[in-house]
Design a protein around this ligand. Structure first.
Ligand code: ADP
Ligand code: MG
Length: 695
């Protein structure tokens, strides 16, 4: 249960004064639905209105707050000229300028003969000073409300700065004083403010440096968030390791037999990963291992070796793939080996219904099936295993901690878990997303790979591309042609996959062009994929469904349209589909020439390197962690206050901090432990609290 003291923070924003449903919708768009989300919506700039010179001293271009006498209203002579209010002080004259304003309103806020405080930017017009549309006009007794530093927040259309400012002020008025969850000496050594003070100060910057991520208040809040993140992962890890583990020791027979059948030798990195896994599985502790390896680094065979160890020990293994296409491909890859090794393999996907599904389920529950390949369907309630020993999640960033937990709950004994991820995550991020796991990395690629020739070109050169494609397919090449996914509502001028398919069919004929996209029926997708894999189709037009792991060694060319619309990690994944065979491969990135400099820089990164880790680091640098983490596709946690570049040093600190806390106070029962529970609720990491005793 969420502590009562936090209730007002998790109330909807409409609980704040002045926030109705219309404003709430906009607040939700920029910050989130609850009061607490407004806390985390931090200013990006500030306007310093503390400079209050005399009119004569007010410099052109500066933001100033002036005390002036209202001398005279001058109505415009015609529609186009503005309404002017002439003002002065003892040192000089200045006019306030308003376009299409209502004069009764202006007369009310600026009555002739009275003194007013006005704030805005000073301009010069025909040798005279003026302020166009002053930001503030108030009476003298409200001077303190204006002569301040005003925070500027990220906005959305239709929401005024005033309304947002009020909502945030309203939210801040609800900030409770919470017991300190940070270590006293740490706070002191760093010079960090208390939580409540920190929150108030980030929303009231005084100096430009207060807006930097290194500012003490911002650092403190970022550390809080990292601590919550690391604590949640540590609790998940502890939970998953709890209880009597099981030791899965294989004879090594099946593994040795597989190595004899493989047409290649395992790389050093693959062998190291297999050794790590063999050791983990043999110990009675539950395995929780992340296998990190770039596209094409050969993770599948490592997973298969692990599965064989479980099978040697008489247990079952399951390999969970993110998409149906990939599950089928795993089956196609592994089936011949399974036949040779006399291992019983089966596939279960959402498409299996009725009798066929029942047959698979019963072969899984009676233990006939030794290796099950599947999609999410293998997580469903009614899938019971005879004796599940190992679960492999080929996650490609589509499963999160919760799915890992669901899978872990299967089987009577704690199941060993191997998570495979292909999108290389910068080192710093690994800890935030997989802090609960041990890590093996496949840094080295199988030998004999040829570098891919990657070129970026404006889409005006489509005709040249078509000509080159035509030559290539006449020489027997196979081509992936990727178009961005288009939503029906999407107004952007992007070539839809179906349009492209039509135009390629018109040019090269129906029988040579395949098509796959997410909205097709599963069976149709398979048929198209298989035809392409079998070499019956020359070009496969596709959306990003081919991104995940599809293996067609003969495909040597990839065309990506509107490459600027894809993330770097995604482009890297896509390109990883080629360059797998002996043939030299080419990747053509077509872009809209109207793109930003950053977008161009991003395409250059892809062109210049094939190293997924370099690409990930560059992506992080160019986009900032916030965005990288914000994308749901990444599967990484979204941070609100952490800037992983600027706050990188805080992450290992939080990691160690958590280890120390749990060692001294495993159930978070001390006063600090209880404060940390509140912290977990505050950052909505409460699923982890279920793993603690009550208290
Ligand atoms: P990923 O890590 O992207 O899942 P795969 O497991 O699909 O990579 O492997 C990519 C390709 O590399 C496959 O065609 C596979 O047969 C091949 N491969 C894997 N290991 C080796 C190796 N040690 N030597 C040569 N080829 C290998
Ligand atoms: Mg793979």
């Amino acid at each position: 249960m969420r502590p009562e003291i936090l209730f007002p923070l998790f109330a909807p924003v409409t609980s704040l004064k002045g926030v109705g449903p219309r404003v709430a919708t906009m607040l939700e768009k920029i910050a989130g639905p609850s009061v607490v989300d407004l806390f985390w919506h931090l200013p990006v700039m500030m306007i310093d209105r503390r400079y209050a010179p005399s009119v004569a001293d007010a410099p052109e271009g500066a933001i100033v707050t002036l005390e002036v006498r209202v001398d005279r209203h001058e109505k415009p002579h015609n529609r186009r000229s503005p309404y002017r209010v002439q003002c002065s002080d003892d040192t000089g004259f200045i006019s306030l300028v308003f376009f299409s304003a209502r004069d009764d309103y202006l007369r009310r806020i600026l009555p002739e003969g009275q003194t007013r405080i006005v704030s805005g930017r000073v301009e010069s017009y025909q040798g005279n000073k003026q302020i166009t549309h002053p930001d503030h006009v108030v009476s003298v007794d409200k001077r303190e409300k204006v002569e301040i530093v005003e925070p500027v927040y990220p906005m959305t259309g239709g929401l005024s700065a005033k309304v947002l400012g009020k909502a945030i002020a309203g939210a801040l008025a609800q900030v409770p004083a919470l017991d300190e969850w940070l270590d006293g000496p740490l706070v002191q050594q760093r010079g960090w403010p208390a939580w409540k003070t920190a929150l108030e100060s980030v929303h009231h910057p005084e100096e430009p440096t207060d807006l930097l991520p290194e500012a003490p208040a911002r650092q403190r809040l970022a550390y809080d968030e990292l601590l919550a993140n690391q604590m949640a992962l540590a609790l998940v890890r502890r939970r998953m390791r709890q209880g009597r583990g099981r030791s899965i020791e294989g004879s090594g027979d099946l593994q040795a037999a597989l190595e004899n059948h493989l047409p290649y030798e395992l790389t050093g990195a693959q062998r190291q990963a297999v050794d790590d896994i063999t050791d983990d599985m043999a110990t009675p502790k539950r395995m929780l291992r992340l296998l990190q390896g770039d596209v094409g680094s050969g993770k599948t065979v490592v997973a298969f070796m692990a599965a064989l160890q479980a099978i040697e020990a008489g247990a079952q293994a399951v390999i969970l793939a993110p998409t149906e296409i990939l599950a089928r491909q795993h089956l196609a890859t592994l089936q011949p080996f399974c036949e040779a090794l006399d291992v019983d393999i089966a596939l279960l996907t959402g498409r299996d219904k009725g009798k066929s599904r029942e047959a698979i389920l019963s072969s899984v529950s009676d233990g006939t099936t030794q290796l099950l390949i599947g999609t999410h369907a293998v997580l469903e309630e009614d899938v019971r295993y005879h004796d599940l020993g190992l679960a492999v999640i080929d996650e490609q960033h589509r499963f999160g901690v919760n799915q890992r937990l669901a899978l872990a709950a299967k089987g009577d004994n704690p199941v060993d878990i191997l998570v495979m991820t292909a999108t290389p995550i910068p080192r710093t991020l690994t800890l935030t997303a997989y802090g609960e796991m041990d890590v093996s990395r496949l840094m080295e690629k199988p030998a004999g790979r040829q570098p891919i020739d990657t070129r970026a070109m404006p889409d005006s050169r489509l005709d040249d591309v078509m000509a080159a494609v035509s030559r290539a397919i006449n020489q027997g090449a196979q081509i992936f042609w990727v178009c961005p996914l288009v939503e029906e509502s999407d107004a952007l001028p992007v070539t839809a996959v179906e349009d492209r398919h039509r135009s390629l069919v018109a040019q090269f004929g129906e029988e040579r062009i395949g098509l796959v996209h997410g909205r097709m029926k599963g069976a149709d997708k398979d048929a198209q994929m298989q035809a392409f894999q079998a070499g019956e189709k020359s070009i496969l037009v596709a959306t990003t469904v081919v991104e995940v792991g599809v293996d067609v060694p003969n495909a040597s060319i990839m065309v990506i349209e509107h490459a600027e619309r894809f993330g770097l990690a995604q482009l890297h994944q896509l390109r990883g589909r080629i360059g797998r065979g002996a043939e030299k491969s080419t990747c053509l990135l077509l872009y809209d020439p109207d793109i930003s400099e950053t977008a161009k820089a991003r395409l250059k990164v892809i062109r210049d390197t094939e190293d997924g880790f370099v690409i990930a680091e560059e992506d992080l640098r160019l986009r900032g962690a916030g965005e990288l983490l914000g994308t749901r596709q990444s599967g990484l946690p979204a941070f609100r206050l952490v800037n992983l570049e600027a706050h990188a040093e805080l992450l290992p600190m939080a990691h160690d901090d958590v280890a120390l806390i749990l060692e001294k106070d495993p159930d978070l029962q001390t006063p600090r432990g209880k404060a940390i529970r509140t912290l977990l609720y505050l950052f909505q990491r409460d699923e982890a609290i279920r793993f603690l005793g009550s208290g």
